[in-house]
Design a protein around this ligand. Structure first.
Ligand code: FAD
Length: 309
């Protein structure tokens, strides 16, 4: 058995979810190789080689892979993947974009967002917005799997010394091209890898009031998230959405402010280690998952909390 992990990266830095995916691969067993497909991605390959437990790093450094266009990356993975029993990618935007195409090219099914490994062919994954956990067994000759990072601890980023091998079979499929990207810039930690997340909901009433959460977040080095209602109302951009149709987070501490706790929101944060909820309605469903609940008006207690900190 040998497993190919597809690295998530920005060409300059390795994405944190790659480390969790390596842990998932180790749980399956066998040699774990990592593929870094990108352009000018030598530093990412060097970082991947240091991950504990990685056997070999394959690096495909070519302009065709610079923007992770799935039409270019998927054929490369499918080609290299034939030598492996499993192909794993983090369930990030890129992983979810590329891997179904890989599965189609290999004519196998894809197993989405596993949160646990039972054996080499049996995995657990959430269904119905996380309200049930399905145990799935696959008979596919090559198992193509996306991994929910919050389900696995990160593999140590240091301690390995894998060999780095260049892969040269690069081709531009010529059926799509990169136009532009707009990246949200923030000095705060990235939502999915932050240790502390403070999220605001409709209870914040408008975008200006999120300033209270930003101030609080900056005191404790937290990322700021939001409910879909807050995003849909235009209070904050949609890359801040936590939940079933937003980002999945599992920080050490999640503070929900003015969020009712709809199941679609819980689907994105209920695996957080400690959950704190601030809501003026004592019957709000968020209190059912909260470790600490404060029934109070957020406009009183958030400034108080910030002042105390
Ligand atoms: P509300 O439900 O309106 O809750 C606001 C809360 O603020 C209330 O509990 C209220 O008591 C409290 N509040 C008001 N004023 C104050 C105050 N002054 N002080 C303290 N508390 C106060 N939602 C997500 O979040 N993420 C998703 O990914 C997502 N995906 C969805 C996918 C589908 C297919 C569907 C159908 C829905 C999805 N939703 C998602 C929407 C979800 O069902 C809820 O509508 C949404 O989460 C509600 O957001 P909210 O808690 O901010 O708003």
């Amino acid at each position: 058995m040998a497993i190919l992990v597809i690295a998530d990266h920005t060409n300059a830095a390795l994405g944190a979810a790659t480390l969790n995916t390596v842990s998932a691969a180790k749980a399956i067993g066998g040699d774990v190789d990592v593929l870094v497909a990108g352009a000018g991605c030598a530093e990412v390959a060097a970082a991947a080689a240091k991950i504990e437990g990685v056997n070999k790093v394959l690096v495909a450094d070519n302009a065709a892979f610079g923007h992770q266009l799935p039409e270019n990356v998927a054929p490369l993975i499918a080609d290299l993947g034939k030598a492996y029993s499993h192909i794993l990618a983090p369930a990030t935007t890129t992983g979810k974009n590329v891997l179904p195409r890989v599965a189609a090219l290999l004519d196998v099914d894809q197993i989405s967002e596993i949160i646990a490994v039972e054996s080499a062919d049996t995995f657990k994954r959430p269904i119905y917005a996380g309200n049930a956990i399905a145990t799935v067994q696959s008979s596919a000759p090559i198992k193509v799997i996306t991994v929910r990072a919050t389900g696995f601890d990160a593999a140590p980023a240091e301690g390995g010394s894998a060999a780095v091998e260049e892969v040269t079979n690069a081709a531009d499929a010529g059926i799509s091209s990169f136009v532009s990207e707009e990246l949200a810039k923030s000095d705060r930690p990235e939502l999915t890898s932050a240790k502390v997340v403070i999220s605001g909901g409709r209870g914040l009433q408008n975008g200006e009031n999120f300033e209270m959460l930003y101030k609080l977040a900056d005191k404790i080095g937290a990322a700021v998230g939001a409910s879909r209602a807050a995003v849909d109302a235009g209070f904050v951009p949609n890359d801040m959405q936590v939940g079933q149709t937003g980002k999945i987070v599992a920080p050490q501490l999640y503070i929900a402010v003015g969020i009712s706790g709809a199941i679609q929101h819980l689907a994105g944060m209920k695996d957080s280690k400690v959950i704190v909820a601030i809501n003026k309605d004592e019957d709000a469903p968020i209190f059912q998952v909260a470790d600490y609940g404060l029934v109070a008006d957020l406009f009183d207690v958030v400034p108080e909390l910030e002042a105390a900190l």
